[in-house]
Design a protein around this ligand. Structure first.
Ligand code: LMR
Length: 395
């Protein structure tokens, strides 16, 4: 039986990251996978998380399963972080959430619920979108349509194209939106554009499904949530896939949640029961370690303060790297790289062809995705000139 299956090509992100790790070139630069790296090229553990971890280990008395919905403290803390402590939907009790294995688990549970509610639902995804969205949601049986989003010519959002495509989305359809720090292009909607999306959702009746994996890495925790909160304040239903991989640095711990903003409290409870049943048939119970850490950090004023300061520094450093990279590329390559400074979060497209991205890997050991998506958080003072010089060579 197993012999009928063929070897698959490597994953477009994980495969390149592994290829970089295996490259013996001492000058190699990994701009592939979206992890934050500091000036030393290390993905650090937040101090607030370390403090929480010491306390947790000292106090831990059991490794028994968590509840089916996960850790309550974590769920409450994350709902407040994402929706805002003063959220009307929270006060009205029309929000429920389930702790999931990372943001991917959150997307998957969201997809399971969408499929249970509307098996023929079409999911509208941005062109381009994170390559894993399609297999992750599609394996549940959902179908896709794409809406125009990134315009390589203007290096920004093709908002007219987006709106005209989303006018075809109808009640029973789902529109997948990137809450902030668009992956892969870094070009985000303005608040007035979010307003137009809210109006469209009201008129057309589609349900927004927001992938929210980078809160705090664009402009700040509150700023990055503004578009999402605007939709939640205006619409009866919003589904959110939140992740703590990036903003709490808990990548390998797999911590996230699917948050359901529902029409009323009874529906929020019903959806939670459905989400628990979906989790039970997919992976049974969520992992505990990371969620218990995140729950402590998110609900403790002292730890939360330390974490917010660290996250702010991380966000400011990414934005500083964006400016520095623009300067370095303009100096070495000529041309206009102002878009790198305008874009948000970890990712931007450099605008190279797949052949140029391949040459960069082969000739300079500078690794980026074939689409020329770079992880800006992989740039540092020690490699920035080398990156710019290597890009200039392939242009
Ligand atoms: C990325 O896009 O690089 C990250 O979200 C990590 C991943 O799982 O692909």
């Amino acid at each position: 039986m197993l012999q009928t299956l063929q070897q698959l090509p490597p994953d477009p992100i994980l495969g390149l990251s592994a290829a970089c790790r295996a490259d013996p070139n001492p000058h190699k630069v990994d701009l592939t996978i979206g992890i934050y790296m500091d000036e030393q090229g290390v993905c650090p553990v937040f101090e607030a998380v370390q403090i929480a971890q010491h306390a947790m280990i000292a106090e831990e008395t059991t490794k028994a399963y968590l509840a089916a919905a996960g850790d309550e403290r974590f769920n409450t803390g994350l709902q407040r972080l994402v929706l805002g402590a003063g959220s009307a939907a929270l006060q009205e009790g029309r929000v429920s959430s389930i702790q999931t294995p990372g943001g991917c688990g959150a997307l998957r549970i969201g997809a399971e619920i969408i499929h249970a509610a509307a098996p023929r639902a079409k999911v509208w995804v941005s062109d381009p979108t994170w390559p894993v969205h399609i297999p992750l949601l599609g394996s549940v049986g959902l179908e896709f349509h794409s809406y125009r989003y990134y315009d390589p010519g203007s290096r920004g959002v093709n908002f007219d194209g987006m709106v005209s495509d989303l006018k075809k989305a109808v009640a029973g359809d789902v529109v997948l939106l990137h809450g902030c720090c668009h992956n892969p292009c870094g070009a985000d909607l303005t608040l007035s554009q979010w307003n137009v999306i809210a109006e469209l959702a009201e008129q057309q009746g589609f349900t927004p499904f927001i992938d929210f994996a980078y809160q705090g890495l664009g402009d700040g925790l509150e700023e990055d949530a503004a578009g999402l909160r605007l939709l939640v304040s205006r619409l009866p239903e919003v589904i959110i896939a939140a992740s703590c991989s990036k903003n709490l640095g808990l990548y390998r711990e797999r911590v996230g949640a699917t948050i359901f903003v529902c029409n009323d409290a009874a529906n929020a409870r019903a959806i939670l029961s459905q989400a628990q049943s979906a989790a039970r048939r997919v992976y049974s119970m969520p992992p505990a370690h990371g969620a218990l850490l995140a729950g402590r950090v998110l609900t403790d004023d002292h730890l939360g303060g330390i974490w917010r300061t660290e996250l702010t520094a991380m966000c400011q450093r990414i934005n500083g790297l964006r400016s520095d990279l623009r300067t370095a590329l303009e100096a070495r390559c000529g041309g206009d790289y102002a878009f790198i400074e305008r874009e948000k979060g970890m990712f931007s497209f450099l605008g190279l062809s797949p052949a140029q991205a391949l040459r960069l890997r082969e000739e300079s050991a500078v690794y980026m995705l074939d689409s020329s998506r770079i992880n800006v958080a992989g740039v540092n003072a020690g490699n920035i000139e080398y990156i710019a010089e290597s890009v200039a060579k392939v242009l």
